[in-house]
Design a binder for this molecule. Structure first.
Ligand SMILES: Nc1ncnc2c1ncn2[C@@H]1O[C@H](COP(=O)(O)OP(=O)(O)O)[C@@H](O)[C@H]1O
Ligand SMILES: [Mg+2]
Length: 365
């Protein structure tokens, strides 16, 4: 009998926009995407999850309720995915479910992804692999980013390349030329879309700046940009990872207050796009990468994309045959398979862990 090599990956990132679900076939060491479903969170679930990103009253109760709601949202995405691809639960080896990060404190030994894998397994009848990050953190690592091993598996080329994921937080993977894996590097560069989304929502009521068009009406304020860049995180050497506990509206408001002058909202938005682009560029320039491939929702923000230096020739990962919104979810399908194969999923040079570790906990169907 042929080994079942079909895995589902579920990713809901720091943008808290919804869940990207993919089913992939990994037969013959190739990655074939059989289907993709994007399900936005309901406004209620989005609010519930966002509220849990800061300390507050009754957190344990609220986290419990939110995890169960999340499992139902994930299960709906899986059901839709199976219907679209005419596959059944039995056709799937496992689901890799990242969960929703609500707190990321690797320096204190923990990173918390809300998830209810037991519920998800009950609801879908499929084995679930969850909790991918905590083992790397226990081994002294950042637990993030975890996508570089997958990027290396699918995106390595003849020459060094950079792969950038622009989600709520942005992360970069620096891939050496084919054949040498031990020099893969990667880290979170800082805010991707999270500040852009929050500022856009405050001033326009829309959850994100479609195409970057609103920000494009403004101009980069170079004094503000310099102030935003003046944060220890950007000076810190890798391995490093970050989250919304650092880069949020309170952080931006404090920076704006220090400016003690009025800056038009569109100019702030334009400057935030420049901040994302600049911190990504700084991570890549000097690395030897001759090409740059971008995934995650930030690829659709043209203000961010235009801010990347022309010599990097940033293009969507679509040109490599992988749609930009599939990449992260595929990575968690791939990591679930690694867990099943008892193969490590982290890159210690990226996360800073003491060594290679098998990532994830299994909830059998
Ligand atoms: N058409 C678009 N124009 C500009 N930005 C977009 C567009 N579509 C998605 N985005 C951005 O991408 C984000 C979602 O990206 P995603 O890769 O799912 O991030 P995460 O992994 O953090 O959930 C949205 O919050 C938004 O900022
Ligand atoms: Mg998302």
């Amino acid at each position: 009998m042929l080994l079942n090599e079909r895995y589902i990956g579920l990713m809901s990132g720091t943008s808290v926009d919804g869940v990207d679900a993919v089913v992939a076939d990994f037969s013959d060491e190739k990655v074939t995407t059989l289907g993709h479903v994007y399900m936005p969170f309901t406004a209620a679930l989005r609010a519930q999850l966002q509220a849990l990103m800061q300390s507050g009253a009754d957190e344990v109760e609220r986290a419990g309720d939110a995890s169960v709601a999340l499992a139902h949202a994930y299960a709906d995405a899986v059901a839709q995915l199976l219907a679209n691809t005419q596959l059944a639960a039995i056709d799937i080896a496992a689901i890799g479910a990242h969960g929703q990060t609500i707190r990321h404190r690797p320096e204190r030994g923990f990173t918390t992804q809300l998830n209810a894998p037991a519920h998800l397994s009950e609801l879908t009848g499929i084995t679930v692999v969850a909790d991918f990050r905590s083992r790397d953190v226990a081994a002294g690592g950042q637990g993030a980013p975890l996508v570089p091993a997958f990027h290396a598996a699918v995106f390595q080329g003849e020459k060094p390349r950079a792969v950038v994921n622009i989600g709520g937080i942005a992360n970069v993977t620096l891939l050496p030329a084919k054949g040498s894996l031990d020099t893969v590097r990667g880290f979170d560069t800082g805010p991707g879309n999270t500040l852009l989304d929050a500022w856009c929502e405050r001033h326009t009521g829309k959850p994100y700046d479609a195409g970057g068009a609103w920000g494009a009406q403004g101009h980069v304020d170079h004094k503000l940009l310099a102030a935003l860049l003046d944060d220890d995180y950007f000076r810190q050497a890798a391995p490093k990872s970050t989250g919304r506990e650092r880069f949020n509206l309170a952080w931006l408001d404090a920076k704006l207050q220090n400016q003690a002058r009025d800056i038009a909202p569109q100019d702030v938005q334009s400057t935030l796009a420049a901040l994302t682009a600049r911190t990504i560029s700084d991570a890549i320039q000097g690395s030897g990468a001759s090409a740059c491939f971008v995934c995650g929702g930030g690829v659709f923000n043209l203000s961010v994309m235009r801010g990347l230096p022309v010599e990097l020739q940033a293009q969507s990962t679509a040109v490599l045959g992988v749609a930009p919104m599939h990449v992260e979810a595929l990575a968690f399908a791939w990591l679930a398979r690694r867990c099943f194969a008892s193969a490590p999923g982290n890159v210690p040079a990226v996360t800073g862990a003491r060594g290679l570790r098998i990532l994830g906990a299994v909830y059998p169907a």
